[in-house]
Design a protein around this ligand. Structure first.
Ligand code: NAD
Ligand code: WQD
Length: 340
């Protein structure tokens, strides 16, 4: 059934790819984004790829109840996908209050507006960072959670708040999706990751080196207890993540209450493996040098993706080579990203 979906943070990296997927599946999409970490240009490109635009765009802060009320009053929203948040782990240590305010207070404002306007379906962007320094991998949804930085704590706190709300409100259906390491870009080269300033994540760092914007990659430590000593992560193609959200909407009414799912591939890659895969995909050498460990980094984070596969028949289909190829394609066509 086509739905009208409010996508907060819909102009961002994962949000924009998800808007394409929803439009292509016949849903109506309404975006609320303050563009604090995105460009309105992304939504122009969403329309170009999908062949039709989103039904509404609201430039607003998700914490602003008046704006939320206006959105819910103007559109017959059936479900909400809540991406809008700040996501830089290091920055969250420097300005924790801002992170709690935007990520936690923003979620509270949103669910309270949803409640007042009779909207009962929410897909929430959570993160593998809630697992903290994992002692055993792969991680199932039952693995212990132990956030190690304010960003991760905001996601963990939102999950707790949403679980409490679901116990209190029998109509509410919440899917918390714990993404592992989303990477890549849309294969058209029109949408991708466009971080402001120095990238926090490794893939945009690699693409910026390849395009000549940065000189070399600092590999954060090679003395981890992993096969080659560098950190192992479960990189997942952003289009797979977007398709996961379409599947989530298809299945949100399966059961009432709150459910948590990992979105990962189940396959880990080390930093050096990723560098090699990227060199192969781009045909460009990536100068790299081992430097100190990054404080707060963990050795290995890999999903057990079985629960979502069993529940929805959904699993990630694209491999590391596709992530590298598509990320590189976007960077080549947009060497300086979207025009902010
Ligand atoms: P992003 O920064 O590209 O997108 C977030 C969007 O939200 C941006 O368009 C930004 O302008 C908007 N936004 C931020 N604060 C806002 C506010 N107060 N009001 C309205 N809009 C606001 O990030 P992303 O990578 O697309 O991440 C989307 C979600 O997924 C976030 O909640 C993030 O924490 C979560 N997540 C991301 C990753 C990842 O590695 N990218 C991994 C796990 C979870
Ligand atoms: C990946 C690997 C680094 C940069 C973060 C958040 C997590 C989630 C995904 C939001 C690690 C290594 C990196 C560099 C390097 N986001 N690296 N040199 O830290 O796994 O996860 O993004 O929810 O919460 O913590 O991602 O891309 O920063 O790092 O060697 O210049 O690359 O040590 O092993 P991370 P990342």
């Amino acid at each position: 059934m086509p739905q009208t979906v409010l996508v907060t943070g819909g102009a961002g990296f994962i949000g924009s790819h998800t808007c394409v997927e929803l439009l292509r599946s016949g849903h109506e999409v309404v975006v609320l984004d303050d563009h604090s970490n995105s460009s309105p240009e992304a939504l122009e490109r969403v329309a170009k790829i999908a062949g039709r635009p989103v039904a509404g765009t609201h430039i607003a802060d998700v914490r602003d109840r008046r704006s939320l009320d206006a959105v819910f009053a103007h559109h017959p929203i059936d479900a909400v996908i809540h991406f809008a948040a700040k996501k830089a782990v290091g920055e969250s240590v420097q300005i924790p209050l801002t992170y709690y305010d935007i990520n936690v207070s923003g979620t509270i404002a949103l669910v309270s507006a949803m409640h007042d306007h009779g909207v009962h379906r929410l897909v929430f962007s959570s993160s593998c960072s809630v697992y903290g320094d994992a002692t055993t991998v792969p991680l199932t949804e039952e693995s212990p959670t132990a956030p190690t930085n304010p960003y991760a704590t905001t996601k963990w706190t939102c999950e707790r708040i949403l679980a409490d709300l679901c116990r209190h409100l029998p109509d509410l259906r919440v899917l918390a999706l714990r993404y592992f390491n989303p990477a890549g870009a849309h294969p058209t080269g029109l949408l991708g990751e466009d971080p402001r300033g120095v990238p926090n994540n490794i893939m945009p760092f690699l693409t910026q080196i390849a395009v000549g914007r940065r000189a070399e990659l600092g590999v954060f430590g090679n003395d981890y207890p992993t096969p080659d000593g560098t950190g192992v992560r479960d990189y997942i193609h952003v289009v797979d993540v977007a398709e996961g959200h379409r599947a989530a909407l298809d299945h949100i009414d399966d059961e009432p209450g709150m459910r948590v799912f990992n979105l990962g591939t189940g396959r880990g890659a080390s930093v050096l493996e990723l560098v090699r895969a990227f060199e192969e995909a781009s045909g460009r050498p990536i100068p790299h040098r081992v430097i100190e460990r990054r404080p707060g980094d963990v050795a290995e984070l890999v999903a057990d993706p079985a629960k979502v596969a069993e529940a929805w028949g959904w699993s990630a289909r694209r491999d590391l080579a596709a992530m590298c190829r598509d990320a590189w394609n976007f960077q080549q066509h947009n060497p300086y990203g979207y025009v902010h």
